[in-house]
Design a protein around this ligand. Structure first.
Ligand code: FAQ
Length: 319
């Protein structure tokens, strides 16, 4: 058995007392590595998550929809930036994180490897994907690492706006003509199961959950959050008059929760391993955007260097 050091004991006592851990505090190496893994995967998900919706910005049905969608996609970029910054406080460089993404080494959420085939997908993503993201991220406002917890507060406020804009699109379509209702139902059919998969593998198949719960990096397990999501979302689907594509879905009087059908974990792992419908396309688009943005990064760095030189010269003059 591994020996627990005094430092580790003190660290765990701080976690148990619900104190926040800050960048300069002592922390076990594995805690630091777990956070880098989770926060960077989260950051990558936000950035890659811009792509499926970015696909529809030029085809939004009217100006109001276009403005809202543009704002949402820009918010996701902002979330990525706070999260990369939070991750950098753990002593890793942003370039290294991006290299991991672009080389295909880093994971990002499975959900963003599915295609967006119709305008209704913008509704389904906001409603279901942002809805799942909120369910997962509101508890992360109380995660034990300070910079991550603080980043989550603003992220969650914005995700909540995203969820509403998605639900409103679904509401409009489901109150529309037959073709519009069909579009909404088709989007729900395609996004429901991948949204449940977003929460990660079942608890007994999740290698990281036990330790992350003990360190209060995660405040709820994957299955607990998935169940909460199902319970919150079924009545919303009923209000829309849409059918959740799960014949086994039914209210359980005894547990006070919905029972739902089996998730296709083969599909999930296949997507996570890089073989989903859009994995290759997403990485290609990310790499292209990064290469084409090189001149912006160079210009920003040159400007920062010029300012530094000017400030230094001014200081020398005063001295
Ligand atoms: N996709 O042991 P666990 C968003 C991996 S943001 C891909 O259970 P953990 C906003 C996992 O990394 C969405 N991989 O892992 C938005 C691990 O691999 P590793 C992202 C997955 O970390 C909306 C392995 O499987 N949200 O949507 C997935 O304890 C709309 C074993 O799993 C976050 O990142 C998956 N779905 O729990 C943007 C939230 N699930 O690293 C645009 C923060 C699991 O050992 C449009 N993250 N894996 O090789 C978390 O809460 C956790 O990291 C979990 C996974 C719950 C995702």
């Amino acid at each position: 058995m591994e020996k627990v050091t005094v430092l580790e004991e003190q660290f765990q006592a701080r976690i148990d007392a619900d104190e926040r851990i800050e960048p300069k505090d002592w922390m076990p190496e594995k805690y630091r590595k777990t956070l880098i893994r989770q926060i960077s995967q989260h950051a990558h998900s936000e950035i890659v998550g811009m792509l499926p919706e970015g696909n529809w910005v030029t085809r939004a049905p009217n100006l109001r929809r276009k403005v809202a969608l543009l704002a949402k996609v820009q918010d996701e970029a902002g979330h990525g930036l706070y999260l990369y910054s939070a991750c950098e406080t753990l002593g890793i460089d942003r370039e290294e994180l991006l290299d991991q993404l672009h080389s295909g080494k880093a994971k990002y959420s499975s959900i963003f490897n599915y295609p967006t085939l119709s305008w209704a997908d913008m509704g389904a993503i906001g409603w279901l994907v942002d809805g799942a993201a909120i369910m997962n991220q509101v508890p992360l406002c109380r995660t034990s690492y300070g910079p991550y917890a603080r980043a989550m507060v603003r992220v969650c406020k914005e995700e909540s706006f995203h969820q509403r804009q998605g639900y409103e699109i679904m509401l409009t379509l489901s109150r529309g003509n037959e073709a519009q209702k069909e579009m909404a139902q088709d989007a729900l059919n395609r996004w429901w199961w991948p949204s449940l998969m977003m929460f990660g593998p079942a608890d007994d198949e999740s290698p990281n959950t036990a330790q992350s719960m003990a360190w209060r990096i995660k405040r709820f397990t994957n299955d607990e959050l998935r169940q909460r999501f199902v319970d919150a979302t079924v009545p919303q689907a009923e209000f829309l008059g849409l059918t959740i594509p799960d014949p086994d879905l039914k209210w359980n009087e005894e547990t006070g929760q919905y029972d739902f059908g089996a998730i296709d974990w083969n599909e999930f792992w296949n997507v996570v391993k890089g073989n989903g419908p859009c994995n290759r396309e997403r990485l290609r688009a990310r790499r292209k955007a990064h290469d084409e943005g090189a001149w912006v990064r160079d210009a920003a760095m040159a400007y920062a260097e010029k300012r530094r030189q000017r400030t230094e010269a001014a200081r020398e003059e005063v001295a």
